[in-house]
Design a protein around this ligand. Sequence first.
Ligand SMILES: Cc1ncc(COP(=O)(O)O)c(C=O)c1O
Length: 380
Amino acid sequence: MPDRIYLDANATTRVDSRVADAIEPYLREGYGNPSSSHPEGRQAAAAVAKARGQVAALLGCAPDEVVFTGGGSEADNLALKGVAWATRSKGRHLVVSTVEHPAVSEPARFLEREGWQVTALPVDRYGQVSAAQVAAALRDDTVLVSIMHANNETGTVNDIAAIAAVCRARGVLFHTDAAQSAGKLPIDVKDLGVGLLAVAGHKLYAPKGIGALYVRSGVVLEPLIHGAGHEGGRRAGTENVPFIAGLGAACELARTEGLANFAQKVRPLRDRLHELLLSAVPDLILNGHPEARLPNTLNVSVPGLLGRDILAACPEVSASTGSACHEGVDRPSPVLAAMGVSSEVALGALRLSLSLSTTREDVDRAAEAIVAAVSRLRQP
Ligand SMILES: Cc1ncc(COP(=O)(O)O)c(C=O)c1O
């Protein structure tokens, strides 16, 4: 689709052709079951082991601390429910934030229905949670804290190292949802000091339906899927060898070139897009933290207009709004509402998220189309 401008990389990314090349052999000749001891099985097992090492290298952990899952949601569910179920005799209190992705907030609500107590910490106007807030919320019966690394809507980044440190000081396990940050920001699980960390393949140029959970050595989880002892007994099921190979290749590419390109190429393009929009729409409001933000994410509101109407008026741009439409009524995004953004401003939000393949021309054309749409819609 050459004429389209895709600015929705936080929703999903296009599979990198080198990732597709890494997947293809395992859809064709490399069909063995990694648990089999014959050459076909050993070839598949070697592919899984290679990918495990590639994911581990991106995250700074040991290969056996990586559990492959069927995506980011499963990784988050495994972290929350797996820890809660394994530690129910120690305590039944969890801490999350009010801006978590449903992949975290919904398992937390599920556990609440099952008798756990959940503290959802409020965020400041940028969408951040502080380490002091987390420290104040910890109780003797807290078994897990889960605070996202980077928010999917605003890109706001939390100080995970500081939050993990207060948890560690109280002996509480800490999980972070890194679905949006992995591949965009450098991540070292040891430096961050986290016990668990979730990755979603399709946010970093691998396919949908593959992800990983970092589980620090010694952390015990109850599996969500019981069966044979795959993934060190933490996730049963014959491995999805092709997509695991793809996730490995994507992590390798992120480590060797993607991270540098996010800092050197994507951030300046994102900032250019912001400047172009701001110079033509001076009352444009930035949602999210001005600096502590993913390098590719720009969430802006045009006061008085609906994000949905703006996108409808520039159909060549693929992006997201900061609202959801239920039965004909626009509702502001719960993330923006939790940040204290007024309904009027939240309803005018656009999430523009760039990828490694976004060009300067894309940015210039998108800015032109959005500015033209805004001025048309604002005409009396
Ligand atoms: C922050 C965050 N967490 C978790 C997920 C879920 O990942 P997946 O789509 O792979 O299940 C997403 C995807 O939108 C996300 O943005």
